[in-house]
Design a protein around this ligand. Structure first.
Ligand code: NAP
Length: 244
């Protein structure tokens, strides 16, 4: 995995940050993208201090122009993108009966449409190189459903369909497209959950622990590698066994 460039969305914290560190430590040059440029610059500094290459780039997935600009800037100033990790995601939870259309639209736009538009921007370059890896971060709830998260679950299930469709379209170009479906992972996203809810979830996890961002990053790093070259259209569960 040497000297290739990865573009990781939502790299400012949580799972995306762990993916950036894991890929960099595996010899990949990492473009780290999100809205908060200060956090990205700090992360880039940390990666460089370990002797690897990083490129912080500002990106708002809810804005299609921003996606185009961030990917074009990365390709021009840092290098052609060989690996895309569509990791950024948001929640705006609520029961479907009362969910505002705005909350539905924002989550779908960021989590699903944003990932699709990012894929469109990197495909030409990958086709030219006849090598590419696209990894979409879905979720166990995209496979199971979850009350109170209709918008988020639809976006995460949508990512699985998107993964399989692009995998079929791009197979002949040696571009693999896979999804990783994490279970419950300790990050800012899950920080707000009550201790009671966490204990309830823990009781249902065969491996008896909550996931770490590094658990997900290890799966992403594998799917991005040459060794994973015969795997495409797959959904890799990283969930402690909560859903099999
Ligand atoms: P997190 O800690 O909340 O981080 C989310 C990341 O997405 C941040 O870097 C954030 O950066 C970025 N982001 C949010 N909105 C964005 C936008 N409009 N444009 C660009 N970047 C944006 O979340 P996480 O827990 O690491 O989750 C990462 C992914 O894993 C998400 O897709 C999530 O759905 C999925 N996942 C998480 C869990 C879990 O238990 N944590 C489980 C299953 C799946 P800025 O705010 O700086 O933009």
């Amino acid at each position: 995995m040497t000297n290739r460039t990865a573009f990781i969305t939502g790299a400012s914290r949580g799972i995306g940050r762990a993916c950036a560190l894991a890929l960099a430590q595996g010899g990949v040059r990492v473009a780290v993208a999100a809205r908060n440029i200060e956090q990205l610059e700090t992360l880039a500094g940390e990666i460089r201090s370990q002797g690897y290459e990083a490129f912080p780039v500002s990106l708002d997935l809810a804005n299609p122009e921003s996606i185009k600009e961030a990917i074009a800037k990365t390709a021009k100033d840092f290098g052609p993108i060989a690996i895309l990790v569509n990791n950024a995601g948001i929640t705006k939870d609520g029961l479907a009966l009362r969910m505002k259309k705005e909350d539905w639209d924002t989550v779908i736009a960021t989590n699903l449409t944003g990932a699709f538009l990012a894929i469109q921007q990197v495909l030409h370059g990958m086709m030219r190189e006849r090598w590419g890896r696209i990894i979409n971060i879905s979720s166990v709830v995209g496979e199971m459903g979850n009350p109170g998260q209709a918008n988020y679950v639809a976006s995460k299930a949508g990512l699985i369909g998107l993964t399989k469709s692009i995998a079929q379209e791009m197979g002949s170009r040696n571009i693999t497209v896979n999804a990783v479906a994490p279970g419950f992972v300790e990050t800012d996203m899950t920080q707000g959950l009550t201790e009671e809810l966490k204990d309830k979830m823990l009781a249902n996890i065969p491996l008896k622990r909550i996931g770490r961002p590094e658990d997900v990053a290890a799966a992403v790093r594998f799917l991005a590698s040459d060794e994973a070259g015969y795997i495409t259209g797959h959904v890799l569960d990283v969930n402690g066994g909560i859903y099999m």
